[in-house]
Design a protein around this ligand. Sequence first.
Ligand SMILES: C[S@@+](CC[C@H](N)C(=O)[O-])C[C@H]1O[C@@H](n2cnc3c(N)ncnc32)[C@H](O)[C@@H]1O
Length: 245
Amino acid sequence: MRKLKQVNHLMGLLRPAVEDILARHPSPVLVDAGSGNAYLGFILYELFLKEAAGGTLLSIEGRPELTERAKERAQRLGFTRMEFQTAHLDAATWPERVHLVMALHACDTATDDALVGAIQHGADHVAVVPCCQAEVAAQLKGKRPEVETSLGMLFQHPWHRREFGSHLTNVIRAMTLEAFGYQVTVTELTGWEHSLKNELILGRRVHRENRPARLKLEALLSSFGVQPKLTRVLGVTPATRTSPA
Ligand SMILES: C[S@@+](CC[C@H](N)C(=O)[O-])C[C@H]1O[C@@H](n2cnc3c(N)ncnc32)[C@H](O)[C@@H]1O
């Protein structure tokens, strides 16, 4: 019952994005990145695509046994416009144009790979619920922010570094989407009592790019001396710091 409420809540959050792409594109491509058993895809297909004139749901998953099982289930159900690919997200064959990219608890930098795929293939909407983040915490180790404040205290202890690294990772993800022209909403997926991995980042593309947002992102990367996979792959580099006169 509780699970059902969570699924309904998630569908309510995704509904505007799905309805928007179905209204604007005759045959939109929805990608579920790091799809696991592809449950999200099956629910979306049942609710939105089954009766629609067109639209494909592509699940990309690294573990072949999960892809195979989901593929068989889709065949049994007659969900003919569900497609499956076994691949690491950063080596997957992405459709040239995608319309909605989702990644639910895709581990560590897999969320970054999903966002790169979305940005590089022009997704109108993205929805990610990040999972564990280790990369930025490791980059923060031994670093002090290059600013004359006590910000370094925020990640001096390993426990704080892990938590702060995770927070900073998601801030960078939201800011990167903004820099690439998305309007971003950060909200909670479900109550904290259900999952600690609860942050939902929603993006809707409204411009080709956003220069002021990009400058802020570059300044943030520079302040903390970090460069996560997302910004590395997209070629966003930390701002060069000039010494005060
Ligand atoms: C925690 S599970 C979540 C599965 C699904 N999204 C869900 O919410 O039920 C994370 C899934 O992402 C897959 N995964 C992790 N990193 C990946 C990568 N780089 N490329 C493709 N799949 C990946 C894992 O194999 C696993 O099935």
